[in-house]
Design a protein around this ligand. Structure first.
Ligand code: TYM
Length: 336
């Protein structure tokens, strides 16, 4: 039976963090055995914010290395850099004709970026979701493992595929956001304010490249409170976030102990000791991240290997992309 096709991408705008891991990369690693997978570094998308291009180059290598260090096998999946697949750019052009200014202006990420960089509201920023749709549609993907923040972009990709099919003939499958649990995931910063992020909120974000001391310091500073005043209270989201992280990296007994303590806290006599919880979480996080960091550094030191893997990924990625583009050109009537 034909395997379902999966696509997902990560922007190389900085160091990868636990949000990227938990929201996306953990699923990539699980999906590589079950599906036909295409994972890539979205370097064109990064240009919308005018980064330093030298840093951008280093980040591209890092994203590739960290993906492999997290368990992606470049022989099982196609792991490539977006700009190595020029077919995406041509599809982006056709999809741009189907995307309307009004809907693009209403996108939450566009509004946020326009607020953050009022002097650089470029057309690439406005059509960012169209490029993302082209990334997905070029491989005719149906499943797209992403975190919660990408939900709206996925809806737009689906709309654009539908619109294309309506206008030119039913040739494109419709993509959906995917997570193994029911819900898409959002990992908050440890200060309880925004989400963990590559470029903002750095003291409250745990990066896969952080050293052991940095991990310990950040977790010990995580926001907590006095504890619940009544038994079986609902957890505030910054406390829930600590439990979520603990479930990711600690063993089941540790999670169960702190869950029990949280629920046993009653009438102001809080049984849970957040200091102990954070110590446990910090040590388990160190154990979790150290091997990823070390493996990523080893790969990063071997540029020859990286280039070989990037070329291999681009060849795999281009082969299906070229097939799609041919179908698209035929459907649009560009076959003279
Ligand atoms: P990016 O680079 O911001 O993030 C990469 C992936 O990590 C997820 N993620 C999070 N998940 C949970 N909690 C967080 N705090 C958190 N922060 C990031 C994101 O949801 C994403 O899955 N536009 C995309 C890149 C992209 C793409 C694509 C994705 C370009 N083309 C095609 C899928 C398919 C982005 O900026 O992701």
């Amino acid at each position: 039976m034909q395997k379902e096709v999966v696509v997902s991408g990560i922007r190389p705008t900085g160091f990868l963090h636990l949000g990227n891991y938990f929201g996306a990369m953990r699923n990539y690693v699980r999906m590589q055995d079950e599906f036909e997978c295409y994972f890539f570094v979205a370097n064109w998308h990064s240009l919308t914010t005018h980064p330093d291009t030298k840093e951008l180059q280093n980040s591209v290598y890092r994203v590739i290395a960290e993906n492999i260090a997290c368990g992606l096998d470049p022989d099982k999946v196609a792991l490539y850099v977006q700009s190595d697949i020029p077919e995406i750019a041509e599809l982006y052009l056709y999809l741009n004709m189907l995307a309307y200014k009004g809907e693009l202006e209403k996108t939450v990420t566009f509004k946020e970026k326009a607020r953050a960089q009022p002097d650089n509201i470029n057309a690439g920023l406005l059509t960012y979701p169209v490029l993302q749709a082209a990334d997905i549609i070029i491989q005719r993907a149906v499943k797209v493992p992403v975190g919660k923040d990408q939900e709206q972009h996925l809806e737009m990709a689906r709309n654009l595929a539908e619109r294309f099919n309506y206008r030119y003939g039913d040739i494109l499958p419709l993509p959906h956001a995917f997570n193994y649990g029911d819900e898409l995931i959002k990992i908050m910063g440890l200060d309880g304010l925004g989400k963990m992020s590559k470029s903002e909120n750095q003291q409250s974000t745990i990066y896969l490249a952080d050293d052991n001391d940095a991990i310990r310091k950040k977790i010990m500073k995580a926001k907590t409170d006095q504890g619940p005043a009544t038994p079986n209270s609902e957890k505030p989201d910054y406390i829930q976030n600590l439990f979520t992280l603990m479930k990711l990296v600690s063993n089941a007994e540790a999670v169960a102990k702190f869950e029990f303590d949280f629920n046993a806290s009653s009438t102001g006599n809080c049984a849970i000791r957040y200091g102990d919880m954070k110590k446990q979480l910090a040590e388990d996080m160190v154990q979790f991240i150290a091997p990823i960091r070390e493996k990523a550094n080893a790969i990063l030191g071997d540029k020859e290997l990286l280039h070989k893997l990037m070329k291999q990924g681009a060849d795999k990625g281009r082969s299906r992309a070229a097939e799609t583009l041919k179908m698209v050109r035929n459907a649009v009537g560009l076959n003279y």
